[in-house]
Design a protein around this ligand. Structure first.
Ligand code: GAL
Length: 378
């Protein structure tokens, strides 16, 4: 049966679970949706956190694919976590890490240990030069000698020849830092400079990729250029120059949940405040370059519920059809007491002729059925 997309709607701000094509709840929180052509077939791919077991055991990174953004096929866990180091003997992990030394395996285990690790906000890039898919994620959690869940504060990098896995973890790293031992590094302190918590990626039209991340105890948003393999910083952090290889943005602004997109030659960033799993007002900013400087334009939400971003937190903006101004804001509706049942809030971004944007409270919408599309270009 051919699907009539006119009859399909996104539930928007309505509280509704979202199921995959097998009827199972979608587990792709803190996620990202983008289009890839794999083996000549173009599809949408949705990557996100698997929270099947709640906060822990950590379920790893889950992938779904779709032809139409409505019907999502489960592509499985593409970055698996481990129960114990014994699993390095299993065929799955043997294939990925069989050539690693025992010291390297110990490090990998710390980052993938499902009873202690934290894997959040995974995002993917396809590298045209290397032909590899690259995942970056917020790699955190307890490690020997530290019981805190958010003290490690690193970025994890994993690669694969296919977007559907199995991804091999290359490592987890601290990233760029402001080089001033007397600077304000928030609760991280100078010792923990280069920390990474909420993060996202952005691929520019010239194929330059950037990583956007909260650092300095979440006070500041860093934007760092990646190298041309997308698996490392463009310039090693000890040599990187502030303002050239990376920028510090919204200094002291405590922003997180960053989502960048390009619309009509302007770069936009939607983000949130830092109130853990509780929603707060979103903000957005515009720039002429992915590394800023950013002009703050305030809260894009305009309807009742704007103080909590309609009970959601940003994670990605999907350029569905840039030419027609069809972009989707993707947010998470976290349920702190039942994280595995957290919801997904997708809303159309409404662009005004002056380039400002709005997020309106909408339920059961689609791009062919806007009750008030006077505000939309395209
Ligand atoms: C949020 C963040 C989430 C998660 C959570 C933990 O602020 O956006 O990704 O880290 O805090 O409390």
């Amino acid at each position: 049966m051919k699907i009539n997309l006119k009859d399909e709607t996104f539930h928007g701000t309505a509280d509704a679970p979202w199921y995959d094509t097998q009827g199972k709840p979608i587990q792709a929180h803190g996620g990202q949706v983008q289009r890839f052509t794999v083996d000549g077939r173009e599809k949408w791919y949705w990557i996100g956190e698997d929270k099947t077991y709640g906060y822990r055991p950590c379920g790893g990174i889950h992938m779904y694919s779709s032809d139409d953004l409505f019907h999502w096929k489960d592509e499985g866990i593409i970055l698996r976590t481990m129960q114990s180091t014994d699993e390095f003997e299993d065929a799955y992990f043997q294939t990925l890490y069989g050539t690693c030394s025992s010291e390297e395996k110990e490090k990998i285990f710390v980052d993938l240990d499902q009873n202690n690790c934290v894997i959040e906000r995974p995002k993917m890039l396809y590298n045209e030069k290397t032909g590899k898919y690259v995942i970056w994620f917020h790699a955190d959690g307890r490690f020997p000698g530290c019981r805190g869940d958010y003290d490690k504060a690193k970025a994890g990098v994993a690669v694969c020849d296919s977007p559907t896995g199995a991804f091999r973890l290359l490592g987890t790293y601290k990233l760029n830092y402001h080089d001033d031992p007397n600077g304000d590094y928030g609760f991280d302190g100078w010792e923990n400079r280069g920390s990474v918590r909420d993060m996202n990626l952005f691929l520019d039209t010239d194929q330059t990729a950037y990583i956007i991340y909260s650092s300095e105890g979440n006070r500041t948003t860093f934007i760092s250029r990646l190298d041309d393999t997308y698996t490392a910083l463009a310039v090693p952090k000890e040599k990187a120059e502030e303002g050239v290889d990376f920028t510090r943005n919204f200094i002291g602004g405590f922003r997180e949940a960053h989502a960048m997109f390009l619309y009509r030659n302007k770069y936009y960033m939607i983000n949130s405040g830092c109130t853990a799993w509780s929603p707060n007002p979103a903000g957005y900013a515009v720039a002429d370059h992915p590394m800023g400087p950013w002009k703050d334009l305030g809260n894009p939400c305009v309807d009742e519920g704007k103080e909590t971003t309609y009970d959601s937190q940003s994670t990605c903006v999907i350029p569905v059809d840039a030419g027609r101004g069809r972009y989707i804001y993707m947010g998470d509706r976290w349920r702190e007491d039942d994280l595995g049942n957290s919801g997904y809030i997708w809303l159309p971004i409404l662009f005004s002729p002056d380039g400002t944007i709005m997020l309106k409270k909408r339920e059961n919408w689609n791009f062919t059925r806007f009750p008030d599309n006077a505000t939309i270009i395209g």
